[in-house]
Design a protein around this ligand. Sequence first.
Ligand code: CS2
Ligand code: MG
Length: 396
Amino acid sequence: MKIKNVKVIVTNPGRNYVTVKIETDEGIYGVGDATLNGRELAVAKTIEEYLAPIIMDKNPDNIEHIWQYIYRGAYWRGGPVFMTALAGIDMALWDIKGKKAGLPVYSLLGGKCRNKALCYTHVSGQSFEEVKDNALEKIEAGYKALRVQVSIPGLDGTYGTVADDAKELPFVEKWDSKPYLKTIPKLFEYLKKEVDDDIHLIHDSHERLTVSEAKKLADELEKFNLLFLEDLIKPENKDGFKFIKNSTSVPLAMGELFNSRWDAISLIKEQLIDYIRCDVSHIGGITEAKKIAHLAETFHIKTAWHGPADISPIAHMANLHLDFSIPNFGIQELAEFPKEVAEVFSGRPEFKDGYLKISDKPGLGCDIDEEMAEKFSYEKAYLPVAERLDGSVHDW
Ligand code: CS2
Ligand code: MG
């Protein structure tokens, strides 16, 4: 079998998605997600100009070899744009391998370790009451785990509580850790009384805190039994986790900004986190995620792969095939897509009673309708930026 064509499809059914479609001389094709929120065209161009020509005529069965050829062969390597481009190709190759074998990807990865995968979704609100109402609605719908975020008084557009894309120029959020650190423990105090204790709660600090602030937050949240606290400090500050981990029993999760196993390795081997939550679309795809999962398993760390709405249903399916086939799966994030997404992409994780089910379809079990994709044309959209009260830039 030979790769005969590599297409890059950029579409906007409610938000931008980049899809790689690899066609073969045997008529089988595969699809992969290569979406990098706010940088979509940079990834599309990387695939079209640099990666598609060098994999033409190669045997798509040799996924590891093609991965190494793209990753090492270029000399320049890594970074979010390149690793997202590589991820899109990698997923499409796994899809082809599965379709050719007539087997779902999880089967090729070693088979099922579980019958269903626990998942969490997002709830947020402008007030504690609104967060509670939204949480109760999700619990009613069957969710057993929720990530909760609330607007911080006095700050405009707190992360996780407003739509995260803006067209012309990035939306500017305000940030100040003092009111944030005052508000979040009170939110959990309030939710503890309102939400059934069996529901797992998660909170995402989005890499905004200093080590001392992170320790303080973890201390104050300790009594609320969170499933995990996510992304407390900057991804560059791996050593910072040593101080936090030594002073708290709250489970810690990190990884959505990582682009390879080498970003994750020190946190894993020093057991400074409890959940590794890389993004399968931003770390080079299923091939790299599987290696990270094995590394994590060696050090008794679980997975919680990134699953926001800004990666396409194809990436969510890739997450799910991993979730089912690795022993150290922890939980899967599942954000809700804009409703138009269903017109363009078919196949996505199926939710039932707090868990995700997987189908036995060969390959990844999803597809893109190219004609429909064309109807939703790309619209430039930026992620927000965060500004401190004095106008200087903070991590968003
Ligand atoms: C997030 C993301 O899902 C999460 O935990 O932190 O929503 C993140 O902000 C986006 O993926 C950025 O594009
Ligand atoms: Mg996050």
